[in-house]
Design a protein around this ligand. Structure first.
Ligand SMILES: Cc1cc2nc3c(=O)[nH]c(=O)nc-3n(C[C@H](O)[C@H](O)[C@H](O)COP(=O)(O)OP(=O)(O)OC[C@H]3O[C@@H](n4cnc5c(N)ncnc54)[C@H](O)[C@@H]3O)c2cc1C
Length: 456
C-alpha cells in the first residue's frame, strides 16, 4: 500500500494551496483528484477573482480595504450568520495570501470594467481560475507532489479516532500520516439536493463541476464528524435557463433583470426588478426564481434596453409583438399583455440613468419597480429564460481556527479541511463576491502547514 506524509483529497484551489504548503515544508504529498486531467480544478477553475483585505494599494488593488469594512460587508450579506473567529482569520490572512499567490504563479489584472465595480476589494486573475489552477498544478509538480487524476475517494479510514488511509472507487488504498479534505460541497449530487430542497431541485442547474458530489463529506458525517451549515443554504443565482445541467460556468450569467420586467410561468411579476444595481442583487434572484412554479422565470425587455447590459451567451428569443414573444416563450399571451399594460400604466416620466439608482419608479404597482422603470413599448421585444443556478452548498465540516476537523469526540488529531468543505461556518447564508477563493486559499494554506508539521 502506498504511504505518504500528507494525503490531499480534491484538486481545486484549497487542495492545491494545501499541497504546495505541505510540500514546501518538506512533506511527501499526494493529491487525489476525482476528475480526469482535462476537468481538474473543480469550481476553482470557473473563478475570476479573490477578495482581499489590504492597507494601502496592493498589487492591482487600489486604496484600502480594512478588516472591519470587510467584516461589515460579510455581516451584511450573511445577516450575522457567520463564525466571527474563522471569518476574521480568513479576512486577516487574505492580505498575505495575495503576494503568496503571485509568488506561486498567479498573475493578477486590473478589475474588469462594465458589470462589477470591485477594483478596491477584489483582485482578478489574468486568464481566470483556469490559469490559477494550471499555475498551482505546475508548481505542485515542480515541488514533487504526486498527482492522481480519476481518483475518487469513497472512504476515509478514521478508526480509533484518527486518520489512517483513504479508499478509492477502484478499491486502491493510500495510507498517510495526515489528511487534508478539500473536495467541495455536494451540489452535484442531485439526489442529495432533492432531499434538502424537495422536488424543485430537479429544475436547478449546477454552475460548476459535476464532480463535487459530497462523497467524502457524507462519509465523514456518517462517521460522526461534526457539521456546520444548513443543507438548504447555498449560493444560488439566476442564470440562463438554457445553460447545461452542469459546469456552464460564469458565461451563463444574465445581467438583464434591472432593465427588464420579470414574470413567472403564468406571466405574473413577483419581485422588484429595480431594487438595486445588479451586482448587489444577482445572488438573491436564484432563490426568487426557485420559489416560482416550475422554478422558471422570464425577463422581458424591449429594444430600448439593448446595449445596457452584458450580452448573454445564448441569443434571446425575439418577436415584434408581445403576443408573438409570449407564444415563442410558451407564456399565456393575454396574461403577458395584461401584465405589461398594467406596468406601463404605472410608469412615471423622469430621467433614466442606467448603472445608478435613478429612482425612476412605478406608481401604485405591486410589486413596484423602484428604479429604471420605463414603459415596455418599443419593439422588437426580447425574452430571456431564467433558472436557479447553484454555485455551491454550505453544509460542511466543523473546523477549528487551524482548520482541524472536529470528530464525534473532539478534534481529529491528523485531519484538516479547507475550502467549500468547511465554508459553511463562515457563510451561514448569503455570499460575498470573491470570498470563496479567500476561504479556500487561507484555510488551504493553514491546513497544508498543519498537516505537514504533524506528519514530520
Ligand atoms: C461559475 C462559478 C464562478 C465562481 N466565481 C468565483 C469567483 O470569482 N471568486 C470566488 O471567490 N469564488 C467563486 N466561485 C466559488 C469558488 O469556485 C469556490 O468557493 C472555490 O473554488 C472552492 O474551492 P475548493 O477547492 O473548496 O473546491 P473546488 O475548486 O470545487 O475543488 C473541489 C475538488 O474536489 C474534487 N473532488 C470532489 N469529490 C471528490 C472525491 N470524492 N475524491 C477526490 N476528489 C474529489 C473535485 O473534482 C474538485 O477538484 C465561483 C463558482 C462557480 C461555480
Amino acid at each position: 500500500m502506498a504511504r505518504y506524509d500528507v494525503v490531499i483529497v480534491g484538486g481545486g484551489n484549497a487542495a492545491l494551496c494545501a499541497a504546495i504548503e505541505a510540500a514546501e515544508a518538506g512533506a511527501r504529498v499526494i493529491i487525489l483528484e476525482s476528475a480526469p486531467k482535462h476537468m481538474r480544478g473543480g469550481n476553482s477553475r470557473h473563478t475570476r477573482n479573490f477578495r482581499c483585505m489590504h492597507h494601502g494599494p496592493l498589487s492591482v488593488l487600489t486604496d484600502t480595504y480594512d478588516e472591519d469594512e470587510y467584516f461589515d460587508d460579510l455581516l451584511r450579506v450573511t445577516k450575522g450568520q457567520t463564525d466571527p473567529v474563522l471569518a476574521r482569520r480568513a479576512i486577516r490572512d487574505s492580505e498575505a495570501c495575495l503576494p503568496w499567490m503571485e509568488a506561486h504563479g498567479v498573475i493578477f489584472q486590473g478589475s474588469l470594467s462594465g458589470t462589477l465595480s470591485l477594483d478596491r476589494t477584489n483582485a482578478f486573475f489574468l486568464g481566470g481560475g483556469k490559469a490559477l489552477v494550471n499555475a498551482y498544478y505546475a508548481c505542485a509538480e515542480d515541488l514533487g507532489v504526486t498527482i492522481r487524476y480519476g481518483a475518487e475517494v469513497v472512504h476515509v479510514d478514521l478508526s480509533e479516532g484518527r486518520f489512517h488511509a483513504v479508499t478509492l472507487a477502484d478499491g486502491t488504498q493510500i495510507e498517510g500520516r495526515a489528511a487534508v479534505l478539500a473536495s467541495g460541497g455536494f451540489q452535484a449530487d442531485l439526489d442529495w439536493l432533492t432531499r434538502a430542497w424537495g422536488r424543485e431541485a430537479a429544475n436547478f442547474l449546477i454552475r460548476g463541476t459535476p464532480y463535487n458530489r459530497g462523497v467524502v463529506l457524507r462519509n465523514l458525517l456518517d462517521q460522526g464528524a461534526q457539521s456546520v451549515g444548513d443543507p438548504t443554504q447555498c449560493h444560488c443565482v439566476a442564470i440562463d435557463g438554457r445553460a447545461p445541467k452542469f459546469d456552464g460556468g460564469i458565461v451563463t450569467r444574465l445581467d438583464c433583470v434591472p432593465y427588464a420586467l420579470v414574470v413567472n410561468r403564468d406571466a405574473q411579476r413577483f419581485y422588484d426588478e429595480g431594487e438595486d444595481v445588479w451586482p448587489k442583487r444577482y445572488a438573491i434572484w436564484g432563490r426568487l426564481v426557485a420559489a416560482q412554479p416550475d422554478q422558471i422565470a422570464y425577463a422581458i425587455t424591449d429594444q430600448k434596453a439593448q446595449g445596457l447590459f452584458m450580452p448573454p451567451v445564448f441569443a434571446p428569443v425575439k418577436a415584434d409583438t408581445l403576443a408573438g414573444l409570449a407564444q415563442a416563450l410558451g407564456l399565456p399571451a393575454a396574461a403577458l399583455e395584461a401584465t405589461v399594460a398594467q406596468y406601463n400604466a404605472a410608469c412615471q416620466p423622469g430621467p433614466f440613468t442606467p448603472g445608478a439608482l435613478d429612482g425612476l419608479a412605478t406608481d401604485g404597482l405591486a410589486p413596484p419597480k423602484t428604479n429604471w422603470a420605463r414603459p415596455l413599448d418599443t419593439p422588437p421585444y426580447y425574452g430571456y429564460m431564467l433558472r436557479p443556478g447553484v454555485t455551491f452548498t454550505y453544509l460542511g465540516l466543523r473546523v477549528s481556527e487551524r482548520a482541524q476537523v472536529q470528530g464525534a469526540h473532539g478534534p481529529l488529531p491528523n485531519v484538516w479541511a479547507a475550502g467549500e468543505m468547511m465554508a459553511g461556518s463562515i457563510l451561514g447564508q448569503g455570499y460575498l463576491a470573491g470570498f470563496g477563493m479567500t476561504i479556500g486559499t487561507v484555510f488551504g494554506r493553514i491546513a497544508g502547514q498543519e498537516a505537514a508539521t504533524h506528519a514530520r
